[in-house]
Design a protein around this ligand. Structure first.
Ligand SMILES: *[C@@H]1O[C@H](CO)[C@@H](O)[C@H](O)[C@H]1NC(C)=O
Ligand SMILES: *[C@@H]1O[C@H](CO)[C@@H](O)[C@H](O)[C@H]1NC(C)=O
Ligand SMILES: *[C@@H]1O[C@H](CO)[C@@H](O)[C@H](O)[C@H]1NC(C)=O
Ligand SMILES: *[C@@H]1O[C@H](CO)[C@@H](O)[C@H](O)[C@H]1NC(C)=O
Ligand SMILES: *[C@@H]1O[C@H](CO)[C@@H](O)[C@H](O)[C@H]1NC(C)=O
Ligand SMILES: *[C@@H]1O[C@H](CO)[C@@H](O)[C@H](O)[C@H]1NC(C)=O
Ligand SMILES: *[C@@H]1O[C@H](CO)[C@@H](O)[C@H](O)[C@H]1NC(C)=O
Ligand SMILES: CC(=O)N[C@H]1CO[C@H](CO)[C@@H](O)[C@@H]1O
Length: 489
């Protein structure tokens, strides 16, 4: 426990020491990434929902604030039971967002601006409306084992009733197995029943997924952010049954070793694609709320390599109450692993499932989070809106909380109708009340603002002293006392 009162000011100082170091870094190692949530970034057609054309229209903004690459939350065909994370066709654009032509035009604009584009890849499952799942239900040739099916057990208490194959509990609560009347079997879903899990032990599934990656690579994307990595495999016994687990210690349904191997396969695929087609490195980002030892293996094991950037969510633990020594502990935890194997670190402000930075640290400390984000070595990842200090929408107990929508409100471009996000005053989520003052236009015009600080730091990041250091030389940090955290570059 620290003796520092909660109102203590946390100061972060960055000292620059310029020396000539000849280190070449690949584009992604010093990238400033930005996550666009397409529904909420810019609506081009006035229906209150953001779209691809809107992104193309506003892309210059990213260039202006020093971003070098962007990843887009899913824009694929989906019944939208889980806002696009339930995909019914992995190679079609959902009409809400536009068409494949719109997509191609957007990619072209990315290239013109020399920005990289990363797509979200959601391999943990498909929608139950996906043609593949429908074929699997009907045991069509080649699709029998596309998903994970099991008989379950006769219920000794209720004749004719079935009990699920194991006691596994889904991420959203409730059993991980759902009975399908037609096929007369249970299927597995780590998330909603409308999101059946693929069977990645099936070679055909693996091939289909590589086809999906190739489809988008051929259209010019620079990499993929892989969603929900820990959930890709579940343990199966050698006799085909599924072992029960303690729901508080999910040893059989998360972080299985095969997950790491699948990542290595995908990395291989991207590398051979580059060999055949040229161009810059295509990268893998991995979303994994996994223990750091597992993340370490996601990077690679010395002979095999996985994700270039397994997301590091540690800045999330910087809160209103954090002092400099708390920050040091967080940074140590991650950097010690990075230095051991000369890996490239990465730091995130937040994402579509996390509370906004301003809610976590309070208005007065948001700039400090930007300083950590940029001052620490490696890749920065900024969730849209964090650069202007957008707040959560909806109260703690509202449906926003349940739908994890609190950090997904329309982007605040200016003080016009719907904050300049849409020409309509009806938007899919309400615009936050503070948009008249908290918006891009205001903050770019102001002498001092969150956005100005953010932009200045991103500019600094492109200077030689900030080159991505994979080794301990040329970079150090420490908590000088409870209130001052110092970074030397
Ligand atoms: C960052 O990477 C790019 C692409 O490799 C390179 O051109 C640029 O010089 C790098 N900047 C710094 C500061 O290392
Ligand atoms: C996805 O859409 C494409 C183009 O419309 C179609 O050829 C393909 O069969 C669809 N795939 C699935 C899995 O539905
Ligand atoms: C998973 O892989 C690790 C590292 O190679 C190994 O130590 C561990 O025993 C493996 N676990 C299982 C269940 O095979
Ligand atoms: C790395 O992982 C791969 C795939 O699991 C394995 O074949 C290889 O032996 C491992 N290398 C080391 C050094 O452990
Ligand atoms: C934030 O900073 C302003 C200006 O320095 C100050 O007036 C205010 O009290 C601070 N708020 C908190 C919660 O510390
Ligand atoms: C929100 O819900 C929690 C738990 O149900 C309850 O304890 C709390 O008082 C509620 N807060 C508000 C502001 O309604
Ligand atoms: C929304 O726009 C409509 C049509 O332009 C207008 O009639 C209405 O007053 C507006 N509502 C609000 C709350 O601004
Ligand atoms: C970790 C996580 O929740 N990953 C994604 C996997 O799928 C679910 C359900 O669609 C998504 O909501 C998650 O974002």
């Amino acid at each position: 426990m620290s003796k520092t009162p909660l109102y203590a000011v946390l100061v972060i100082t960055i000292s620059l020491v310029y020396t000539a170091v000849a280190v070449t870094v690949d584009w992604w190692e010093n990238a400033s990434l930005y996550q666009i949530y397409p529904r909420s970034w810019k609506d081009s057609d006035g229906n209150g929902i953001g779209d691809i054309k809107g992104i193309t229209e506003k892309l210059d903004y990213l260039k202006e604030i020093g971003i070098t690459a962007s990843w887009l939350s899913p824009i694929f065909k989906s019944p939208m039971v889980d806002n696009g994370y339930d995909i019914s066709n992995f190679t079609e654009i959902d009409p809400i967002f536009g068409t494949l032509d719109d997509f191609d035009a957007m990619v072209k604009k990315f290239k013109e601006l020399d920005l990289k584009i990363i797509l979200d890849f959601v391999p943990n499952h498909s929608s139950d409306e996906c043609e593949w799942f429908q074929k699997s239900i009907h045991r069509e040739n080649g699709y029998e084992d596309f998903y994970i099916w099991a008989d379950g057990f006769e219920d000794p208490q209720n004749a004719g009733q079935k009990l699920p194959p194991s006691n596994w509990v889904s991420v959203f609560g409730g059993p991980m197995w759902t009975w399908n009347e037609k096929r007369q079997q249970f299927y597995l879903h780590q998330f909603l029943p409308q999101q059946p899990d693929f069977n990645f032990r099936n070679e055909i599934v693996r091939e289909k997924m590589l086809d999906v990656l190739k489809f988008w690579l051929d259209r010019g994307v620079d990499g993929f952010r892989i969603d929900a990595v820990p959930y890709m495999f579940e343990k199966v016994n050698s006799d085909g049954t599924y072992p029960d687990e303690d729901p508080k210690n999910q040893i059989y349904t998360q972080n299985q070793n095969e997950t790491v191997e699948l990542l290595y396969d995908w990395r291989n695929f991207l590398e051979s694609y580059q060999k055949q087609n040229g161009g810059d490195t295509r990268i893998l980002l991995a979303e994994a709320y996994s223990p750091i030892a597992m993340l370490d293996r996601y990077f690679g094991n010395g002979t095999h390599f996985g994700a270039h950037i397994p997301f590091n969510f540690d800045l999330w633990y910087v809160t209103k109450a954090s002092n400099a020594r708390d920050v040091q502990r967080l940074v140590d935890g991650w950097m010690n692993v990075m230095w051991k194997k000369h890996q490239t670190a990465n730091w995130l402000t937040g994402n579509h499932d996390m509370k906004r930075v301003i809610e976590r640290v309070g208005q007065n400390k948001t700039n400090l989070v930007y300083f950590l984000l940029t001052g620490l070595p490696g890749v920065t990842v900024t969730y849209y809106g964090e650069e202007i200090g957008m707040s959560n929408v909806g109260s703690q107990n509202s449906s926003y909380q349940a739908g994890r929508a609190f950090a997904r409100s329309p982007f605040q471009w200016n003080d016009d109708i719907s904050a300049g996000f849409s020409s309509s005053n009806k938007t899919w989520l309400p615009v936050a009340n503070n948009y008249k003052t908290v918006n891009v236009k205001n903050q770019l015009a102001a002498e001092r603002s969150s956005l100005k600080v953010f932009k200045a730091l991103q500019k600094l990041k492109q200077t030689p002293a900030f080159k991505a250091f994979k080794k301990q030389n040329g970079f150090s940090y420490k908590a000088v006392n409870d209130n001052v955290f110092q970074i030397i570059r």
